[in-house]
Design a binder for this molecule. Sequence first.
Ligand SMILES: Cc1ncc(COP(=O)(O)O)c(C=O)c1O
Length: 376
Amino acid sequence: MINVFQPSLGNEELSRIKDVFESNWLGKGKLVDEFESRFAAYIGSEQSKVLATNCCSEGLFSSMHLCKIGENDEVILPTISFVGAGNAVCACGAKLVLCDVDRRTLNASAADIEKVITPKSKAILLHHYGGIPCDMDPIMDLAQTYNLKIIEDCAPGVCSTYKGRSIGTFGDMGMWSFDAMKILVCGDGAILHFRDKELREKAEKWLYFGLETKSGYENSVAQKWWEFDISSFGHRAIMNDITAAMALEQLAKLDDFMARRAYVHRLYDQELADVAWLKLPEPLPKDCTTSYYFYHIQVLNGKRDALARFLRERDIYTTYRYFPLHRVSGYRISGSFPNADWAADNTLCIPIHQSLGQEDLDLIVSTIREFGEIYC
Ligand SMILES: Cc1ncc(COP(=O)(O)O)c(C=O)c1O
């Protein structure tokens, strides 16, 4: 089966993990520190503004506490968002308010967001679909006008920039995921970015039980180093040196990963350009880059599901991301989201990852064409 997403791991990661075993320290340590520092440099920020954690979903949930969002607040999300984002809002007692998206990019615009702002709106939990940057200037203006917090979910957007600046660094908080299905993978892990260093300090405590004092070796011998105090009922959500070892090696390979993904993207663009019943992803605005996480095609003749089945029967796996939150009955959302509905019914993410060989790509393209010849 040709996978839709796939990690690329090798001996470099294994050898770095072996070093961790030999160091006799598996927990949060020097390697987590190094990964934070290198990732911060990679996105053009600084270590004092980032924090590693165990997954991006933890970042979404924690953002609610850190941005002081709770009952009586409303949080706006594009309906095409990750389920963890919807859950994070509902779990803190705030009201989940959804907006429609652009049917081609699946991102929300400032105009989509503004339509659902009310006096209770407290934050926008923005989603950069597949690493394609949202149009940040008007969204940041909106946030200023209405005094809204911005939390950026850029889970797969490790190399995505808007006007030369990494997505995730615009909002009060931003976050990237390194789970098993992303581009830079370490099993599970994430980096959180904070605009204000004070918020980062608060987050550091929150992600470790709200401890006010360091514990263990880091405490001075002048005190009883096993004693502590807390400032909040925080979580325990930290990265460890095993996952950081993997993440560091993956970060070193990221530019090569991007070159390959860009190649795959270009190849689909060229080879599928003349398929009349398909819409290919729109070209990026000139001042943006993407991490090429998805290659999402849109099937114009209502045969998306048939195409997905046809490909799967021929060992080519595809999927659609993300099931719109307004269709999840558990959220009890009413309203109309015509663009998201159209996108959800016609969009298909076809395989894109670093390990796709020329034969795979030729097979994917020819199988899509074959479907067209039979059914379209
Ligand atoms: C858009 C988006 N946000 C957040 C997450 C959560 O990431 P994690 O698996 O690291 O919790 C995912 C995971 O698939 C995602 O796709």
